[in-house]
Design a protein around this ligand. Structure first.
Ligand SMILES: [Zn+2]
Length: 341
């Protein structure tokens, strides 16, 4: 994280801070003492700082990377999401574990609260662009960064433009809360952070029938098992799978044709969320892996599964709530794998 490397005195221990600040999570172990008293403080750019329970934060996932603790919700989320997506596409691919958003802490070597404390700053590929170093990007990369900043009309400042110590991993909101330029930019970019949003329309399901094979059939077989039908999960839609589909359709009063289409899919899928378990969760985990969000298919919907679901939702213009309902099921089973992921 950008400003954690050079923290100096006055410092308190992490234990003191946790007690004093009511459980605020701070990386690096120490922080300037004055920051601990700054509950109601604003970060350097004038935005209210706080923990995830006192300021609104939304998750952010771009490419393969997630931003632990997310970034500030609403317009800030739209704008920082736009910056991160364009950076990922045009400058360099974001790397999982190297990107950061909200974090309650002081600027290193200072008592001022970092803009990360208000969720209005992000660090991109931190280890490649360490604090205090200049020239960590090529000329071509810098020109893409200029283009991104230009599109943001001065609303976003890059740490590489600091007059003092450079911070090339760092991008932050450079206007105060309520500034009309931020709202206008967010409106222009749209709610999905500048990605072309798919035309709203009915959920589309991919019809699967006897003779089919692959990730959709595997999901169907796990869902049939979840629904109490016994069969082997082999990813092949043969006579046994067909007969289980027929039984399921009859049990639901659906037309019994043995085909999993737009009427059978919504009846077959099971909404799962954090805390869920079982065959439907195994199906979700295998589908996520198929789409490039690799994970163990252990049938337990824990924090890792939730993070991957949100990442999938975010990059497919689905509501990123981490819950696998009909829309997300349709996305997971209808879309073909994006080879870039
Ligand atoms: Zn930073």
């Amino acid at each position: 994280m950008c400003e954690l490397h050079e923290i100096e005195s006055p410092a308190v221990t992490r234990r003191t801070l946790l007690r004093g600040a009511g459980g605020l999570l701070v990386g690096g172990g120490t922080i300037a003492a004055t920051a601990t008293a700054a509950h109601a403080a604003t970060s350097q750019n004038g935005w209210p700082a706080g923990s995830s329970s006192t300021i609104p934060l939304s998750s952010l996932a771009v490419g393969g990377a997630t931003f632990p603790a997310g970034v500030r919700s609403d317009d800030v989320h739209v704008v920082l999401g736009y910056v991160a997506r364009r950076f990922d596409r045009e400058v360099e691919a974001l790397v999982k574990g190297w990107c950061w958003g909200h974090s309650y802490r002081a600027i290193s070597g200072s008592t001022a609260l970092s803009n990360h404390s208000s969720g209005t700053a992000i660090d991109l590929n931190a280890p490649r662009h360490p604090l205090g170093r200049s020239g960590t990007f090529t000329a071509t990369q810098r020109s893409h960064i200029r283009s991104i900043l230009g599109a943001c009309d001065g609303v976003v400042r890059w740490g590489g433009d600091y007059s003092g110590r450079r911070d090339e991993m760092h991008f932050e909101i450079n206007v105060r809360p309520g500034d009309a330029r931020l709202a206008a930019l967010a409106r222009r970019l749209g709610g999905s952070g500048g990605e072309p949003a798919p035309a709203p329309g009915p959920v589309t399901w991919t019809t699967v029938r006897r003779g089919a094979g692959g990730f959709r059939v595997t999901a169907i077989q796990h869902l049939l098992r979840q629904r109490g039908h016994s069969l082997t999960v082999d990813g092949t839609f043969g006579p046994t799978t067909e007969s289980r589909v027929l039984s399921f359709q009859r049990s639901r009063g659906l037309a019994a044709d043995g085909i999993v289409g737009p009427k059978t899919w919504p009846a077959l899928v099971v909404t799962v969320r954090r805390g869920s378990g079982g065959q439907a969760v195994v199906a979700v985990q295998k589908l996520l892996t198929h789409h490039g969000y690799r994970m163990t298919a252990d049938g337990v919907f824990g924090p890792m599964t939730a993070t991957k679901v949100q990442a999938f939702q975010q990059s497919h213009a689905l509501s990123a709530d981490g819950v696998v309902g009909p829309n997300t099921w349709a996305g997971l089973t209808s879309l073909t794998r994006n080879p870039g992921q």
